[in-house]
Ligand binder design. Structure first.
Ligand code: AP5
Ligand code: MG
Length: 190
């Protein structure tokens, strides 16, 4: 099975590129951010707890996120494979993912990391905030999300780099140009 991690800071294009990847490769898309926003929209207990944390730009607890992931893995254990978007975001999450996939005799094929400079991230997210009203797309929360990414999430890239699974991709340019770069990487590991 093909199991991809699409990695990168907030606003690097993980959601945008995931849509194109699932169309071409027919993978199951798991975005922990989308799953959490669904809980918020449904006003579940989990959603109410998560909303405050998400609006501040901090990370929701590993336990909650891993619980959601395990459920999705079980639902789609027969295939065709996964694209993980916005997960894992801590080394603890990466270790848990490895354990969970091992239970199904699976592993991560590759981590594709989108490189985008901070000024561009802020520009894209402020713009998305205006267009969609996503409540964490305001300057203060955007800056905190990027700081949290640098502190807590970058170590996840090192974790996969040690296993020779980390592949950086230039995340600047048109959406189609970036997609072509991603396809090149996927077709090499497939
Ligand atoms: P999450 O939903 O994962 O948000 P994020 O990481 O902050 O990333 P974004 O969704 O903002 O960016 P993206 O990379 O998907 O970019 P997009 O394609 O949308 O997480 C939200 C919160 O949930 C977290 O802060 C945390 O609290 C919690 N959470 C989620 N997962 C968690 C986990 N595993 N553990 C703990 N907590 C977790 O693009 C951005 C914009 O740019 C769009 O408007 C798009 O149209 C535009 N754009 C895309 N590509 C281009 C391009 N090439 N050129 C110009 N514009 C572009
Ligand atoms: Mg996203």
């Amino acid at each position: 099975m093909l199991n991809l991690i699409l990695f990168g800071p907030p606003g690097s294009g993980k959601g945008t590129q995931s849509e194109k990847i699932i169309q071409k490769y027919k993978l199951v898309h798991i975005s922990t951010g989308d799953l959490l926003r669904e809980e918020v929209a449904n006003q579940t207990e989990l959603g109410m707890k998560a909303k405050k944390i998400m609006d501040s730009g901090e990370l929701v607890s590993d336990r909650i996120v891993i619980g959601m992931i395990r459920k999705k893995l079980e639902e789609h254990r027969a295939g065709p494979g996964f694209i993980f978007d916005g997960f894992p975001r801590t080394v603890a999450q990466a270790r848990e993912l490895r354990k969970a996939l091992t239970d199904y005799d699976e592993e991560i094929s590759v981590m594709i990391s989108l490189d985008v400079p901070r000024e561009e991230l802020v520009k894209r997210l402020l713009n998305r905030g205006k267009e969609t009203g996503r409540t964490d797309d305001n300057l203060e929360t955007i800056n905190n999300r990027i700081d949290v990414y640098e502190k807590q999430t970058i170590p996840v890239a090192h974790y996969y780099d040690k296993m020779r699974k980390y592949v950086p991709v230039d995340g600047m340019g048109s959406i189609d140009a970036i997609f072509k770069r991603i396809v090149k990487v996927i077709d090499q590991v497939k």
